[in-house]
Design a protein around this ligand. Structure first.
Ligand SMILES: Nc1ncnc2c1ncn2[C@@H]1O[C@H](COP(=O)(O)OP(=O)(O)O)[C@@H](O)[C@H]1O
Ligand SMILES: [Mg+2]
Length: 357
């Protein structure tokens, strides 16, 4: 009997979750241990938190659940209701959204539509416009990875927990003084923007946090919900498409044939621009819908482009965590991310998200 079944049984004895099944639960993807469990009274999404900050993560998920319940007409991103949150067991139970597909799946299959992106842009802008007095603090994740504190060196006690891929990734970033300075400057601008206004943000807005069924769109995983810089959300969402454009370079996705071996550097760059152009209707739909809903200043636009670039470094480190080596395509993505951090206007030009005229 594995632990989640025991936990679920315990929770079902205290909450109206129905009769626990005897059969095996379905394991889902994610950083945490996530399951679908069906009982006689419903289908449940059950997350067993695997990290030591579980109580804070749970509290943030619940905080968004309460915001959503308190503002039913605010046009906020839809999210499945939390039914049970147990900090002792480190388990969250939500309604399972049946028949929905993950945004990542749609992205990879080229079925992520501009309409879905527009829904996200509109609802995330509404979230950013909401005035809420008591938001969770999210001091533990002021920037994406790498943490600014690790740019000048990694404490020895951390080093032995890193994979070969992570050491290589940190080596690449730390050796680049121009990039490190730009990351520090962006972190400091972002902290100042977060301090200047209390803005509710999702904090980790990626394609895999999106569920889609027909015209209905949900945003899940509110573990990093709280007060922050709204450009984190817009930047990571746009960064997903920048990342996708790079990953698509060797493939036939987004038009053209698969890349022949030995292509010149110019040919690779040209393809990257073509791939970004093919994805631009999605990033543009998100951005136009966002801007139609919320007035922003030039600095927000700049930080969004820069965080889109930073997102590729975050993805580099996330991929490196399970790899002994850094695949070439991930290094290429990090190079594009670097350019984005240094030249945010270039990101907007690539993604078709220049100023609406
Ligand atoms: N309530 C839900 N119903 C159906 N699928 C869900 C639900 N919540 C999350 N998922 C799916 O499970 C995946 C992992 O959930 P998530 O909350 O993002 O966990 P993690 O913290 O492990 O990233 C999501 O990417 C999504 O595809
Ligand atoms: Mg997630």
């Amino acid at each position: 009997m594995i632990a989640i079944a025991d936990d679920f049984r315990t929770l079902a004895s205290r909450h109206p979750l129905g009769t626990p099944p005897n059969g095996p639960e379905e394991r889902l993807v994610g950083r945490n241990a996530n399951y679908r469990i069906d009982t006689d009274s419903g289908s449940w999404f059950v997350k067993k938190f695997r990290f030591s900050d579980a109580p804070d993560s749970l509290a943030r998920c619940l905080a968004y659940d309460e915001v959503l319940a308190a503002h039913p007409d605010a046009g906020l991103p839809r999210s499945p209701r939390c039914v049970v949150a147990d900090p002792d067991l480190a388990v969250l139970v939500q309604e399972y959204v049946d028949g929905a597909e993950s945004g990542t799946m749609l992205m990879v299959d080229q079925r992520f539509t501009p309409a879905v992106a527009a829904t996200l842009g509109r609802t995330v802008a509404r979230l950013h416009s909401l005035e809420l007095p008591d938001l969770p603090v999210r001091d533990d994740r002021p920037t994406p990875a790498p943490a600014v504190g690790l740019l000048s060196g990694i404490p020895l006690r951390h080093v032995r927990h890193l994979t070969g891929g992570e050491l290589a990734a940190y080596g690449l970033i730390q050796a680049d003084a121009v990039l490190c300075d730009a990351l520090r400057a962006l972190a400091s601008d972002s902290a100042a923007a977060a301090a200047a206004a209390t803005t509710p943000i999702h904090g980790d807005l990626r394609a895999d946090q999106v569920l889609v069924r027909g015209d209905d769109v949900w945003v899940v995983d509110w573990e990093e919900f709280g007060a922050g810089d709204p450009a984190r959300d817009t930047g990571s969402f746009l960064g997903e498409w920048l990342y996708r454009a790079v990953l698509d370079i060797p493939t036939a996705r987004g038009g053209g044939d698969a890349l022949a071996r030995g292509g010149s550097a110019d040919a690779v760059l040209r393809r990257g621009r073509e791939k970004a152009r093919a994805l631009a209707p999605i990033s543009r739909a998100f951005w136009l819908a966002y801007r139609a809903e919320r007035a922003v200043d030039d600095d927000f636009v700049r930080r969004t482009g820069a965080f889109a670039g930073w997102h590729l470094l975050d993805r580099l480190l996330a991929g490196a965590a399970t790899n002994a080596v850094l695949p070439a395509i991930h290094r290429a993505a990090a190079g594009v991310g670097r350019s984005g951090v240094l030249n945010p206007a270039g990101v907007h030009a690539l993604l078709g998200t220049e100023q609406p005229s």
